[in-house]
Design a protein. Structure first.
Length: 432
């Protein structure tokens, strides 16, 4: 019997763990999805430790990582069912953790067979897939007994908690404040460089680069090339590089095709849309659609793409990457999704709201600026768009933000309810 592996609890990931332990929403199968190496396995181990602390004995906690070839016989048809049947010969409730379950053919057919038992709770991690995709393929096997929790790489707040804090007790009040501010900037700069993948934590530059390159290669190979039998990996690599060099810009399969044709890359370009879909399914890319704020109609034209983690961009592009403000946008999008928001690009009348984030009864309207002095006219247009947002629903909490990618700067023209924050402070804010 393979029980839980030791776990390094340096990053507690409280928000996700709370969802796993929520007794009011307790389906029999909890599926953790998200980009490969983004922290799904770590969270499974955190849950195992939680169960042990609650008094569950190790004999009733079963863990398997199928990419480590534990119990290779389970890869055969019907063997997973036989194995679980064998566990149920014993009394008591079982908590079964199945890591990288996507490599087991037909697993989504097997788990529902045990729902009538009411003695098993499954915790499943699946890279390169989602409950929506599973439901589309196997609709009759996915019902209210399943819930999906999408796991993203570390947020900035989680990243900070994983860093060693420098004590400041022996300094004066002003010196301490200055030291903390400098330290905060340094940590944020490091986060921009390292990203949120746990494997890149606390590594020197060489090790970090190697770790990120390894993550990139494993996601692209296992969850895209191998899974979808890609026969033109050269085109796939060019698609990824183009998206990353133009991160946050309007993108479409047609735009990529036109670009490649202009560069005389005349090989078969018909697969570009499917490649974008596969990269999105693997959580390697995130597609942000446009929404009309007045009508709430989501548009399919001119989407924007962002990386599943911003560190992948430097891994692919090196020194030929996008402008720093584009990386900041990527961090912002991932933070909002980390907090459970659905993110759109917004339009109201003829104006653009860069980001509209929706969750339950809350709407965030966000404009960003690098430095005020860069372009006063553009800044005024962004502020005007925020002020012109119509009343959508009195029951919806509406919050407007102007976020600075540099230090926060005072703007005399701002009136009303627009909040000014640096991106750093926004990422740590508990207000939304």
């Amino acid at each position: 019997m393979n029980t839980a592996l030791p776990v390094n609890t340096i990053v507690p990931r409280v928000r996700y763990l709370n969802r796993l332990t929520d007794e009011t929403a307790n389906p029999m199968v909890k599926i953790l999805t998200g980009i490969r190496r983004g922290g799904k396995s770590h969270l499974l181990h955190l849950m195992i430790e939680y169960l042990k602390n609650q008094g569950v004995d190790s004999e009733h906690i079963i863990y398997h990582n199928f990419e480590n070839l534990t119990l290779p016989e389970l890869y055969k048809k019907n063997e997973l069912q036989k194995y679980i049947d064998g566990l149920l010969q014993n009394e008591g409730k079982f908590y079964i953790f199945l890591d990288e379950i996507q490599v087991i053919p037909g697993w989504e057919k097997t788990l529902p067979l045990f729902f009538p038992e009411q003695r098993i709770e499954f915790f499943v991690a699946a890279s390169g897939t989602s409950l929506k995709k599973i439901a589309k393929r196997k609709e009759k096997y996915v019902d209210g007994n399943y819930t999906e929790i999408q796991i993203n790489p570390l947020s900035y707040s989680e990243y900070r908690k994983a860093q060693k804090e420098v004590p400041h007790e022996n300094r004066g009040l002003l010196q301490r404040a200055i030291a903390i501010r400098i330290e905060s900037r340094a940590v944020f700069t490091k986060y921009i460089q390292c990203g949120g993948f746990p494997a890149a934590l606390c590594r020197d530059d060489t090790e970090k680069k190697t770790a990120l390159n390894d993550i990139y290669a494993s996601v692209v190979f296992y969850d895209v090339i191998s899974k979808h039998k890609i026969n033109n990996p050269e085109l796939l690599a060019k698609v990824i590089q183009y998206i990353f060099q133009h991160i946050g810009s309007e993108a479409s399969a047609k735009k990529l095709k036109d670009f490649f044709i202009s560069k005389r890359y005349t090989k078969d370009l018909s697969k570009i849309q499917s490649y974008l879909n596969h990269l999105e399914e693997a959580f390697f890319l995130k597609k942000i659609r446009r929404i009309n704020i007045k009508t709430k109609k989501v548009q399919r034209i001119k989407p924007k793409y962002y990386a599943g983690d911003h560190a992948l961009i430097s891994s692919v592009c090196g020194n030929n990457g996008p402008e720093p403000c584009s990386i900041m946008e990527n961090i912002l999008v991932n933070e909002l999704e980390n907090r459970g928001f659905t993110v759109y690009c917004g339009s109201v009348n003829k104006s653009i709201i860069e980001f509209v984030a929706e969750k339950e009864n809350t709407l965030l309207f966000i404009q960003t600026v690098n430095h005020i002095r860069d372009n006063i006219r553009t800044l005024n247009e962004k502020l005007s768009a925020l002020n012109d947002i119509p009343i959508i629903n009195e029951q919806v909490r509406k919050v407007k933000y102007l976020l600075f990618f540099g230090e926060t700067e005072d703007i005399e023209q701002i009136h009303g309810d627009i909040k000014q924050l640096s991106l750093n402070d926004f990422l740590l804010s508990g207000e939304y």
